[in-house]
Ligand binder design. Structure first.
Ligand code: AMP
Length: 284
């Protein structure tokens, strides 16, 4: 695996590959890698000649400074995992390399409604930061295919919107990959590394709640089922940020189900200071 730390060196190498007619599949990450991340690379390998991953803990997307400071960093293990997974190229930039004009200079991306609900409203500025880093990474890499995880469902929608805003929709194919879970249902996440042993045992309750909603979903008002799911989580010691049911394609929050509309349930909840998110599509 080739490792690049600077934009110039990476761009030069990618240009060389593109001249040879090779296609690039890109899976950006913030490191502390797990099998969920590797599944993106596996998908990339199926579609593209060369796979590229990046590891960059993006300061502009953290609305909570302590979450940024405590974000797990496991670079040596990550490199080993990527090598074993057969990743061809790793981009490992510094903050200065990614943000040569500093992190304070903000661009305003028009994300509309997406920025007003769920992760958008709970984490002010988060998606602007995601767009800043993705704009920079995609401008550097200009991949043929981009691979991102449905674990971050709303992020997938935001990045698709960014591709539209930047006129990249035709040139960069967006691939949304399924969420990989631990045996007990907990969605794999870098933040799981920060859970205590006790919290780790409790954490799968989020998945259990999603399953509870899926199994008990009925046409009509959705407040009762959301309420029951929230109570289940609260009983386990979670501090709930949201338990919501939304239209799968627009993320508009749905209060009464007509029995036909495609729905997705989304949960964000804290165990101690660790914020976990997960989601599942409820309808076939
Ligand atoms: P992160 O390093 O958390 O920013 O995630 C990098 C990419 O991996 C994003 O596209 C995530 O949606 C994706 N990802 C994170 N966790 C999982 C998972 N459990 N299964 C599949 N993809 C994931």
């Amino acid at each position: 695996m080739l490792i690049f730390h600077t934009v110039d060196q990476l761009s030069g190498y990618l240009l060389h590959l593109k001249h040879k007619g090779q296609t690039i599949g890109f899976a950006p990450t913030m490191g502390a890698l797990h099998r969920g991340h590797l599944s993106l690379l596996e998908a990339a390998k199926k579609h593209c000649d060369k796979t590229l991953s990046s590891i960059f803990v993006n300061p502009t997307q953290f609305n909570n400074p302590s979450d940024f400071e405590k974000y797990p960093i496991t670079i040596a293990a990550d490199i080993k995992m990527l090598e074993l997974a057969g990743c061809d190229i790793l981009f490992l930039p510094s903050v200065a390399e990614m943000y040569p004009s500093g992190t304070e200079q903000r661009t305003d991306y028009d994300l509309g409604f997406l920025e007003t609900v769920l992760e958008g409203s709970s984490r002010p500025g988060h998606f602007q930061g995601v767009c800043m880093v993705m704009d920079r990474l995609l401008s550097i890499v200009l991949p043929n295919h981009l691979f991102m995880g449905l674990k971050d469902y709303q992020q997938c929608m935001v990045v698709k919107r960014l591709l539209e805003l930047k006129g990249w929709k035709q040139t960069i194919q967006f691939n949304a990959c399924p969420t990989l879970r631990e045996a007990d249902g907990l969605a794999m996440s870098s933040r799981n590394l920060r859970l205590t042993e006790e919290q780790r045992k409790t954490a799968p309750a989020i998945y259990e709640c999603l399953q509870f909603i899926k199994q008990n979903l009925q046409p009509g008002p959705l407040q009762p089922i959301k309420q029951q799911a929230s109570e289940l989580l609260a009983q386990k010691g979670f501090k709930i940020d949201y338990v919501e049911i939304a239209d799968t394609s627009s993320l508009e929050l749905i209060h009464t189900w007509n029995g036909r509309q495609s729905l997705t349930a989304l949960i964000a909840a804290f165990l101690g200071e660790i914020r976990l998110i997960d989601n599942t599509i409820l309808t076939p």
